[in-house]
Design a protein around this ligand. Structure first.
Ligand code: PRT
Ligand code: ZN
Length: 296
């Protein structure tokens, strides 16, 4: 295969990961022009193009060298890599902080369950046969894995399985099908994937640039910058009221000895109750600002 000069990333065409992935790339400063058939996006600034495909095809496209990177759920990556023929073909470059879900085993609500042993001799329907087999094998449980291509949650009602192993997010689908979650096989989120060996040409520099930008976006996602003024004597009490392990910066205010300005990067939302507590500790002129990106 002739080497390409531009980096090519495989992204899910339409599904749960599509929009969050495009949003992330947008926040990384990448702009694209979409082809008429909607399958290809040409990068207008950086030499990065997107191929829009079904998520199940992404690991194979990277392994074959058609794409350099891809965004898939960890569940898809691990199921692919759990095949002995694909072992060590791909590597996980970075978790991306969206698309969170878990691959779980669920049984009918009224079925007795007392640990993995209860699954012995049962038929378990799943679209993740390799991950399920590995989980059962690690626990030395002999169960029958029934591989389906979709609609796993109705298998127990149809009588084609006794339990299921499927992705769960809110749990609403399980409840609607009178199933209850009993084991978590895998915690998943969207991840950036590459071939085991990264390209050794100019594309490598673009990958490094992209990783730094993704880190700059994901690290501060949901963070807030808090600005406030206070008397120096109140600083200790204010710091105690700040959320998490926030390490603030103190600035001396010109012409006002004993007064400081404090700035702190706070993880997550800063609600009214937290702000009011910080104010009671002696803070004035509080401002909460959204943080878009960071460069250390
Ligand atoms: O067409 P294509 O093959 O590309 O899409 P797809 O239908 O295979 O995938 P899609 O878009 O449904 O999911 C893409 C990825 O999103 C998955 O591989 C997961 O990594 C991630 N993800 C996050 C989820 C969910 N949350 C999720 N809730 N994938 C699927 N679900 C389904 C689940 O299968 C079940 O049917 O939603 C239902 C459960 O949701 P709750 O909220 O009712 O628990
Ligand atoms: Zn799929």
């Amino acid at each position: 295969m002739t080497p390409r000069e531009r980096l090519r990333i495989a992204v899910q065409k339409s599904g749960r990961l599509s929009q969050p992935c495009l949003d992330l790339l947008d926040r990384c400063g990448l702009r694209f022009r979409r082809s008429r058939d909607g399958l290809f996006c040409f990068g207008e600034g950086e030499p990065v193009d997107l191929l829009l495909v079904r998520d199940d095809d992404i690991p194979g496209l990277i392994a074959q060298g058609v794409c350099d990177l891809g965004v898939v759920g960890r569940n898809v990556l691990d199921e692919y890599s759990a095949d002995a023929a694909n072992q060590a073909r791909l590597q996980l470059l970075q978790p991306l902080g969206f698309g969170q879900c878990r691959l779980s085993i669920a049984v009918p609500q009224d079925a007795a369950y007392a640990g993995a042993r209860s699954l012995a001799g049962q038929r378990i329907a799943t679209t993740y046969p390799r991950l399920l087999r590995r989980w059962l094998g690690q626990r030395e449980v002999a169960a029958e894995v029934v591989t389906l291509s979709g609609s796993v949650e109705i298998a127990p009602r149809l009588g084609t399985a006794d339990a299921i192993c499927d992705l769960v997010q809110s749990g609403v689908t399980l409840a609607a099908n009178q199933l209850r979650e009993v084991e978590c096989v895998l915690d998943s989120e969207a991840v950036l994937v590459a071939a085991a060996t990264l390209p050794a040409d100019a594309r490598r520099d673009v990958i490094d640039l992209l990783l730094r930008r993704i880190d700059g976006v994901t690290r501060v996602r949901g963070s807030r910058l808090l600005l406030l003024q206070a008397a120096r004597g109140c600083v200790e009490a204010i710091m105690a009221a700040l959320p998490g392990a926030t390490r603030p910066t103190l600035l001396q205010m010109d012409g006002q000895p004993g007064q400081v300005m404090l700035q702190a990067l706070c993880p997550g939302e800063l609600g009214w109750k937290q702000l009011e507590a910080i104010q009671r500790a002696g803070a004035r002129e509080l401002f909460v600002l959204p943080v878009e990106r960071a460069l250390a």
